[in-house]
Design a protein around this ligand. Sequence first.
Ligand code: PMP
Ligand code: GLU
Length: 401
Amino acid sequence: MTSTQSLLSNRVLQLAESETLKMARMARELRAQGHDVISLSLGEPDFDTPDHIKEAAYQAMKEGYTKYTPVSGLPELTKAISEKFKRDNNLDYAPDQIVVSNGAKQAIYNICQALLNPGDEVVVFAPYWVSYWEIVKLSEGTPVPVYAGVDREFKPSPQELEAAITERTKFVLFSSPCNPTGTVFNHAELEAYANVLAKYEHVYVVSDEIYEYINFQKAHVSIGSFPQVKDRTITVNGFAKGFAMTGWRLGYMGAPKQVAAACSKIQGQVTSGASAFGQKAGEVALSSDLGPTHAMRDAFLQRRDLVLSLLREIPGLNANHPEGAFYVFPDVSAFYGKTDGVMQIRNSGDLCEYILSKAQVALVSGEAFGDPNCIRLSYAASEAQLREAIRRMKAVLAGLR
Ligand code: PMP
Ligand code: GLU
């Protein structure tokens, strides 16, 4: 083997490291070295999992839920998910159309592995969550972005969606509420997309609704509830965000039967079912009162308003108006080409590096999400941390000329 050849597969060499996890790692490392870093990089609620959900897991462990479960999930959980889909989303997925996974991330991976042949296209709304792009590529698919910028609250038009669809399109993939922008697609907007998609029977819709419960609009709408696309929609959801359960690794999908079976087959060879006691806790989370979830949503709304009012005081920064999730995705392109006399800011990666090194605030560059004009700030942090982080950002950004 020559020195230029790698031991590693082309697959992994072509894969980008998750930028969100990378920035979180860098923030952790800097903190361990004694730096006073405020991390607004990771999309993770700062709240703890509600007690009644933890109790359910302890109880399940005591009752012997310590064994393998069916690959697609415990029957009582798939039933609870089926009921939740009907109750909250007006979606009709029978329990055998549900696959519980180790996080929504694995659900998306399963879908890509189950549906994509080499060269198949996936239309991805841009800005998109970092892992969509890489998982599609890892599955030998070709991601095709449909982009809308901050001036349109990151909402592509139905015509733009239609223009991106070809004979090779396997599915359209987007999240609402959206990571990284916080954009929420309302009833009329989703209906307009559904009307376009109705014309293309070879195209599935993959709707990632993991931020469903962190929605500041009146109602969450699921695109799968429109009859035009009902039978071709795969709805992804999970426990990480709405129930502050990121570390539990529990997500799920509802899908046409054949797709669900294919995803289960893949998962059965890769990881098997999710943890048994975690699933029991998930069942309790879905069937209990959503009071704690709504309290977290209300806290996120307060923080959103705080962050927007503070960001408005930074000249050159053009923030969007998120309606859900816990991210704001401001356009920072006005800073490109500027310098503090030492460091030249060419792009959002440079700006994030500058802010991290000078203000010790960790953000994520928009490039990783398909929008080089922006940066992502996660406001899943205390009000004191948010105030201090934005104070520091304002000070160092004022140093750019
Ligand atoms: N989809 C979106 C839009 C996300 O932001 C995330 C990040 N957590 C996931 C899926 C993956 O979620 P999980 O932690 O359940 O794997
Ligand atoms: N989804 C969260 C984020 O975007 C968690 C990290 C990840 O899995 O990407 O930050």
